[in-house]
Design a protein around this ligand. Structure first.
Ligand SMILES: [Mg+2]
Length: 266
C-alpha cells in the first residue's frame, strides 16, 4: 500500500499526455479544471510526451482545443530531445530516421543530413513509424551490420501507444527490436522517458529544484521510472496503462490517484 493523493502543493507539475491528460481526442475528466487551478495558483506546468509523431505545436493546439490553453513552450516531445542529443553527441552526423515526417522535417531543419545510403549513415534512428517497410529495415541493416559504421538510437522505448477502448498501436520498441534482431547491434540511447533527456529538455529554464516538482503519468516503466531515477516525487494515475493491482513494493513512495484532479490536496 503506497501513498494516496498528495497532501501538499508542488511548485512545478510535469504531465505525461496520453492516458494522463487525455485519451484519444477527449480530455480526461477533471484535466482542464485541474490545470487551470495550477495556473491560477502560479505553478509551473509542463507537458512531456514520448510520442515522436507530432511536433510540440500540434500538442499545444490539441490541448488548447480541449479547453486547456497551452503555449507551445510548455510542451516537449522526443522530436526535440532527439535533436538536442544529436547536437550534443553527433553534431555533424548523417542520419537515417525510420520515422514519420515531423521528425524527419525537424532533423533537416536542424541542419542534419538525411540519407538512405548505408555507406554514408552515421546514426540510425528507430522511431514510431506507421510507414515502416522491409526496405527501411534493409537500409538500417546495411548501415549497422554490413558497413559497421552507424550507431543505433531510438526516439522512445514504448512498446505501443494506447488508444481508447483498450486498443493500441505498435510503437518505437517494435522497430528497435526488428533492427536489433537482425543486426545484433544494441540500441545505445533512448530519447524518451525513462531517460532523463526529456526531463532536462522539459525543465530547461525552469528554476525549481526537483524535489519541488511532481511528475504525473500513467506508465510505471516510463513516466514513473524517470522520476524515480532522479528521486523526484511522482504520481501514477489510473486512467491509462496502469491498474492499482500493478503497484508493487518498489512504488511505495509514489502517489497513486484515480484521476488527474486528485493530484491536488483535499
Ligand atoms: Mg501515457
Amino acid at each position: 500500500m503506497g501513498l494516496r493523493r498528495p497532501r501538499q502543493w508542488f511548485d512545478a507539475y510535469l504531465f505525461d499526455l496520453d492516458g494522463t491528460v487525455y485519451l484519444g481526442d477527449e480530455a480526461l475528466p477533471g484535466a482542464a479544471a485541474t490545470i487551470q487551478r495550477l495556473r491560477e495558483a502560479g505553478r509551473v506546468v509542463r507537458f512531456l510526451s514520448n510520442n515522436p509523431t507530432h511536433s510540440p505545436q500540434v500538442y499545444a493546439a490539441k490541448l488548447t482545443r480541449m479547453g486547456i490553453p497551452t503555449p507551445v513552450e510548455e510542451v516537449t516531445t522526443t522530436i526535440a530531445t532527439t535533436i538536442w542529443w544529436l547536437r550534443r553527441h553527433h553534431p555533424h552526423a548523417t542520419v537515417f530516421a525510420i520515422a514519420e515526417e515531423p521528425l524527419r522535417e525537424a532533423l533537416a531543419l536542424a541542419g542534419f543530413t538525411l540519407s538512405d545510403d548505408p555507406s554514408q549513415i552515421d546514426v540510425v534512428i528507430a522511431s514510431y513509424d506507421r510507414g515502416f517497410t522491409y526496405a527501411k529495415l534493409q537500409i538500417a541493416f546495411d548501415a549497422l551490420w554490413f558497413h559497421k559504421r552507424a550507431v543505433l538510437i531510438q526516439t522512445n522505448p514504448d512498446r505501443f501507444c494506447p488508444f481508447p477502448g483498450g486498443r493500441g498501436q505498435p510503437d518505437a520498441a517494435a522497430i528497435t527490436a526488428a533492427i536489433e534482431a537482425c543486426t545484433q547491434v544494441r540500441c545505445t540511447a533512448s530519447m524518451g522517458k525513462p531517460s532523463s533527456a526529456l526531463l532536462e529538455a522539459g525543465l530547461a529554464g525552469v528554476n525549481v529544484p526537483l524535489e519541488r516538482c511532481l511528475m504525473i503519468g500513467d506508465r510505471l516503466a516510463t513516466d514513473i521510472a524517470m522520476a524515480m531515477n532522479v528521486s523526484m516525487p511522482a504520481a501514477v494515475v489510473f486512467t491509462g496503462e496502469t491498474h492499482p493491482g500493478d503497484i508493487t513494493d518498489q512504488y511505495a513512495g509514489i502517489y497513486q490517484v484515480d484521476s488527474i484532479d486528485q493530484i491536488l490536496p483535499d
